[in-house]
Design a protein around this ligand. Structure first.
Ligand SMILES: C[S@@+](CC[C@H](N)C(=O)[O-])C[C@H]1O[C@@H](n2cnc3c(N)ncnc32)[C@H](O)[C@@H]1O
Length: 226
């Protein structure tokens, strides 16, 4: 790709660049950076947060790497693939202040996830599982302000609602536990570079960090909570 063509696909308008610093990272740089943490990009449950995610250049590249690895690992087991593909999508988090970027990011992640799911699981796919994936994406990719840690309205102004992230944990084979935390608390209590992982269960609950918890089959996460 020529330099000019690459630059134009990295920018939507001069106004958006000056208002929001919106310049998308090119695929080559995304992959070079992900190569630095290559083994983490293969683990389905390794969590990543892109705090100004745009339309998800990093998240979509990580998702592709994780799903490729799952495909290799669960070549002969569509059921295990399905479950672990839900874990993989649950591990990716993003925040962006621009509503159109959030919508584009969610659609992009779902498109990648669903294409792989449909291709690998063929006749064993279900719309219920697709809805579970969509729901997880809708909770993980948030229209918010990564500086104030608040959700924003349709024009990017802070609302009174804090950004809340859900931790998705597979327990007991097919049950998915969803635990919600405010982003403020996660940043306050977590060690640098970790998301959720640094806190013990006792610390999460004693510290008042933990907001609510749901446990259900991984295909039914959309049926509990908003
Ligand atoms: C430089 S772009 C990077 C997008 C993407 N991470 C990439 O590398 O392609 C910056 C993004 O940050 C978003 N943004 C700007 N200010 C923000 C804020 N306070 N909170 C969240 N997102 C913000 C913009 O809407 C834009 O999508």
């Amino acid at each position: 790709m020529s330099a000019t063509k690459q630059e134009s696909s990295q920018i939507k308008s001069k106004e958006r660049v000056s208002l929001h610093g919106e310049v998308f990272t090119a695929e080559r740089e995304v992959n070079a950076m992900l190569d630095l943490v290559a083994s983490e990009c293969l683990r389905p449950d390794s969590r990543f947060l892109e705090p100004a995610c745009g339309d998800g250049n990093f998240l979509s590249a990580i998702l592709k790497r994780k799903l490729t690895e799952l495909r290799r690992k669960y070549k002969k087991s569509p059921h295990d693939y399905e479950k672990m593909a839900i874990v993989a999508i649950g591990s990716l988090y993003g925040v962006d202040i621009m509503n159109d970027n959030v919508i584009a990011c969610r659609e992009r992640l779902f498109g990648i996830w669903d294409a792989e799911y449909t291709c690998h699981c063929k006749g064993e796919t279900s719309d219920e599982t697709r809805e579970a994936a969509r729901f997880i994406i809708s909770r993980n990719i948030i229209n918010g302000n990564a500086l104030t840690l608040m959700c924003v309205d349709s024009v990017g102004k802070d609302t009174k609602a804090p950004i809340v992230f859900s931790e998705w944990t597979l327990i007991g084979g097919t049950q998915m536990q969803r635990s919600d935390y405010t982003m403020t608390d996660l940043l306050l209590y977590s060690e640098e570079g970790t998301l959720f992982a640094a806190l013990t269960e006792e610390q999460k609950e004693e510290g008042g960090v933990f907001l609510r918890r749901y446990i259900t089959h991984y295909k039914k996460v959309q049926e509990y909570g908003e």
